[in-house]
Design a protein around this ligand. Structure first.
Ligand code: GLN
Length: 539
């Protein structure tokens, strides 16, 4: 299989959490900035079909693509860096691979053969490696292999990478190994041994890495680089230093300085299609690092001890804040700790309040108290998904006087189900992949805050929910001042509510954070920060 598309595989060693996703995204950005078309995919070794059923504490946020795939949060980084949409094909898990092989076995597609890890599982993995590169749309496909080299569960992926070298042919295949060079304080020394061991493990699996990217807290001296090159069989100029960065968005520039992209281009015999152009990216970094104002915004949710659970929201604030040169101090507050007694002191320092997406009852009443405070005290409020539903419930309880109003998610027998399970959800008995997922159209009311923010009245945003605004209460709720300003044109499902007579109070059923990128900040986040800034100035 001679390939026109070039394939880069990124493996990790020594420890997890070294930031393979950021290195993959940064390399992708540099290649893209030289005119090449790039996509990035992630292969995760766990057995879940997708992360949709995982608690955010397991792997952080579940990211949702345009086509409604529930994916690893690294796909969010790929989109935010490259400004190119990903899809279901960009995230494959061991569970998905086995599911597909076993389904084929049941259909009799293996014609009486014994079905085995090699070749059947590895063939399935490889056919997924090559899927995105098949139609010639991409010059480069970068594949991030989740987990660490040496993990039992990633062995079939590593074996498939070994085989891929021979499928793709010389010059079309490259392995970048991301590793850690720890600094031992007592010895005052950077240590190369863990990296030597992890490269040995790769070699045992038949893979010679072409480039080492070395995460380090201190610059790598020449002799350390030489040692790594010698013991790991890589060229000296292919030992790349990856120092800790102030912002993940600095990493493309750091990698540029270390010539990671040049090494990749030369090893793959790949000609750039244009001169490197990072003007817009640098412009973004310049604005991000030189803010002219500052606001404090509270993100209220129940998974706040793990900020990765809110990755896309946190990054959306960074993109939007740079757009208006306003630093956002984002304070993560646990809704479980907000009570009827302490909410004023907890929320008072905030210029804006965002209630995050979420599921289940834990911390729910803290969210109600939060919305009440924002509504009554004219604090800019942004509710996302569950945050929009809470706003509706709070309004029904405290403005309409329906004191036991609730979502049937929290209270199945509530007398006032202002938020209710969607009809299409009522017949569903499987949890995985069955929410209302992915991109849907929404029509905005002319003159509404959201229409003003987007600068148009027809939008598409991504979703991930089972419950919806109960239209039986629409008239009552609207006539008291909470207006549905965005609706799905086909079903009439309420996608946005806005409060009249309030500086900025917007709840959205969709997840605007999934579409915010460095070069395309999400308009609602920009307007929300503006509103918070306005409040701050009038303090
Ligand atoms: N739990 C709510 C629902 O399923 C909200 C989901 C969310 O915030 N993503 O509708």
């Amino acid at each position: 299989m001679a390939s026109k598309t070039k394939y880069i595989f990124i493996t990790g060693g020594v420890t997890s959490s070294l930031g393979k996703g950021i290195i993959a995204s940064s390399l992708g950005k540099l290649l893209q900035s030289r005119g090449l078309s790039v996509t990035i995919q992630k292969f995760d070794p766990y057995l879940n079909i997708d992360p949709g059923t995982l608690n955010p504490y397991e792997h952080g946020e579940c990211y949702v693509t345009e086509d409604g795939a529930e994916t690893d949060l690294d796909l969010g980084h790929y989109e935010r860096f490259l400004n190119v949409e990903t899809s279901q094909s960009n995230n494959i898990t061991t569970g998905r691979i086995y599911n597909s092989v076993i389904t084929k076995e049941r259909k009799g597609e293996f014609l009486g053969k014994t079905v085995q890890v090699i070749p059947h599982i590895t063939d399935e993995i490889k056919s997924n490696f090559y899927k995105l590169g098949q139609d010639g749309k991409y010059d480069v496909v970068i594949t991030e292999i989740g987990g660490c080299v040496g993990d039992i569960e990633s062995l079939p992926f590593i074996e498939a990478v070994r085989q891929a070298r021979w499928d793709l042919g010389p010059g079309n295949f490259l392995v970048v190994h991301l590793t850690l060079i720890p600094y031992l304080k007592a010895a005052k020394e950077l240590k190369t041994k863990p990296t030597q061991h992890s490269v040995k493990q790769l070699l045992e699996a038949g893979i010679q890495p072409d480039i080492l990217v070395c995460r380090t807290e201190y610059p790598l001296p020449e002799d350390v680089k030489r040692k790594l090159a010698l013991f790991c069989n890589v060229q000296l100029d292919s030992v790349i230093e990856a120092m800790d960065a102030e912002s993940i968005y600095d990493v493309p520039l750091l990698m540029k300085k270390e010539k990671l992209d040049e090494r990749v281009l030369s090893k793959l015999n790949l000609k750039p299609k244009s001169k490197l152009d990072l003007k817009d990216w640098k412009g973004f970094l310049g604005r991000l690092k030189n803010p002219t104002s500052v606001v404090t915004i509270g993100l209220i949710g129940k998974y706040v001890s793990l900020p990765d659970a809110y990755k896309s929201i946190i990054e959306s604030f960074i993109h939007a804040s740079a757009a208006i040169e306003c630093k956002v101090n984002l304070v993560l507050l646990s809704s479980e700790e907000i009570t009827a007694d302490n909410y004023v002191s907890m929320l008072k320092p905030l210029d804006g309040i965002l209630v995050a997406p979420g599921f289940g009852e834990r911390g729910f009443e803290g969210k109600i108290a939060t919305v009440k405070y924002a509504r009554e005290n004219q604090i800019p409020y942004f509710g996302i998904c569950l945050g929009m539903q809470v706003a509706v419930i709070e309004f029904a309880r405290n403005v309409l006087g329906l004191t036991r109003a609730n979502s049937t998610e929290m209270s199945p027998n509530t007398p006032h189900p202002v938020i209710d399970l969607m009809d299409e959800q009522k017949k569903i008995d499987q949890m995985g992949g069955t929410m209302r997922l992915g991109s849907y159209a929404c029509d905005l009311k002319k003159g509404s805050r959201t229409a003003l923010a987007y600068g148009k009245t027809k939008i598409q945003e991504r979703h991930r929910h089972r419950y919806e605004f109960n239209n039986a209460y629409l008239e009552q709720i609207e006539s008291s001042g909470l207006v549905a300003t965005g609706k799905n044109p086909k079903t009439g499902l309420v996608e946005i509510v806005e409060l009249k007579d309030h500086p900025w109070f917007v709840g959205v059923q969709f997840h605007p954070e999934y579409k915010s990128t460095v070069l395309k900040p999400q308009p609602l986040f920009v307007e929300f920060i503006q509103a918070a800034l306005h409040k701050n100035k009038n303090k």
